[in-house]
Design a protein around this ligand. Structure first.
Ligand code: GMT
Length: 374
């Protein structure tokens, strides 16, 4: 191992969702920079590309021992983290999403004892904004935040929200998310042909479709567009779309919307798109928005949470729920492809300058060194 390199255990969710995607990308970037990374999750994370030198995946089995009335994940995760910490002499646990990962890290640390790795917890949003207000989780999250050696949040907005929700005395560092685009496997023309949108303005939305994403407003925005016939909405869905089928019919949108489920590689769709549309009522950051901007596509979104930190003033943002304004913004782009291109290039340049791996990963490395130096 290179001198100065660290042994880092990362725990995250494996699904299509910003925290797992970011944690996986971080693991891969850290391994590329010479660190040894041990990734813990109950399934292979969707964007984990193995084999990679220095990157080791440790699957965690749910314990469905007949003695228990229901399966347990937190204890097997803590045990696996403790075992690997001991056998590999890990320097750090870097856990993404407070529950159960930060709690499991606290427990693993107690199991290992005095030589236990330091704990860094990265908050991603709903782990404090939603679960932090849930009496079944709040105390556990508070415990994990207090007992982590460092806590980071992915935006100023999330840091402020977390401080407010927990009245925390401790510092929270802000380290934003980053994105490293892969080369698309198919050309823009091929993807557009496959989607049947060669002569259309393609609007992209990528999310897990949870209620906070407000898919109702997404569909209503498209329905209000004056250029409905000229545009197509492509939804890359990381969750079930069935609940929104009736609204598709109600808004007569069946011919305007294409849904693709569980697309693990998004680059080819990002390149094929002409713009992005996001109507969430809250985003601590909005990793999909960053990904869309990275590809030089203009993004129409509401001014909520950390989205202004991600997009800056590269494109106007609208008050939450103002679908009329969002639809007009979309219309302006459809009617003026040069404007769309220009705005997209501006937000792309901004995204690449502030949120590239080279800009962000060293911020984590500096934090690791500060914490492991005690
Ligand atoms: O909202 C999601 O898509 C899932 C969630 C997660 O933790 O996986 O996303 C949160 O973390 C992302 C990565 O940091 C952020 O980009 C999302 O904005 C954030 N979601 C919310 O705050 C609702």
């Amino acid at each position: 191992m290179e001198s100065g390199s660290l042994k880092i255990g990362i725990a995250c969710f494996p699904l299509i969702g910003g925290s797992g995607i970011l944690a996986t990308a971080l693991g891969s970037e850290l391994a590329r920079r010479g660190h040894e990374v041990y990734l813990f999750s109950y399934a292979l994370p969707v964007r984990l590309d193995l084999p990679q030198e220095g990157l080791h995946f440790h699957p965690v089995e749910f314990a469905d021992n007949a003695l228990f009335p229901c399966p347990d994940y937190t204890l097997p995760l803590a045990v696996k983290m403790a075992e690997v910490a001991r056998s590999q002499q890990l320097d750090l646990f870097h856990v993404h999403y407070a529950v159960p990962h930060a709690l499991a890290a606290c427990l693993a640390s107690q199991i290992v004892g005095p030589s236990a790795p330091r704990i860094i917890t990265t908050l991603h949003g709903s782990d404090t904004t939603l679960l932090g207000q849930d009496p079944d989780y709040r105390t556990a999250i508070e415990h994990a935040l207090v007992h982590s050696d460092a806590v980071t949040a992915v935006s100023e907005n999330l840091r402020n929200q977390t401080q407010e929700i927990f009245s925390l005395k401790r510092a929270i560092d802000v380290i934003p998310n980053f994105f490293t685009p892969n080369k698309p496997k198919r050309s823009r023309e091929e993807v557009r042909r496959d989607l049947g949108v060669t002569d259309k303005f393609l609007v992209l939305h990528m999310s897990n479709l949870r209620p906070v994403k407000r898919i109702d407003l997404l569909l209503r925005t498209v329905a209000m567009s004056k250029n409905r016939a000229r545009l197509r909405l492509l939804i890359l869905a990381g969750g079930p779309f069935d609940p929104y089928e009736p609204l598709l019919d109600e808004l007569a949108l069946r011919d305007s919307v294409i849904v693709r489920q569980n697309a693990a590689t998004v680059e080819e769709y990002l390149e094929a798109a002409d713009a992005g549309l996001y109507t969430s009522e809250y985003e601590s950051f909005g990793l999909s928005i960053l990904e869309t901007a990275f590809y030089g596509k203009p993004v129409v979104a509401f001014r909520v949470g950390g989205i202004p930190e991600v997009l800056g003033d590269s494109f106007p943002l609208y008050p939450f729920g103002d679908v009329t304004a969002a639809a007009s913004a979309l219309d302006a782009l459809v009617q003026n492809p040069n404007l769309a291109r220009e705005l997209g290039e501006q937000s792309g340049a901004r995204a690449r300058e502030r949120f590239s791996a080279d800009r962000v990963v060293p911020q984590y490395e500096a934090l690791y060194r500060r914490i492991s130096a005690g």
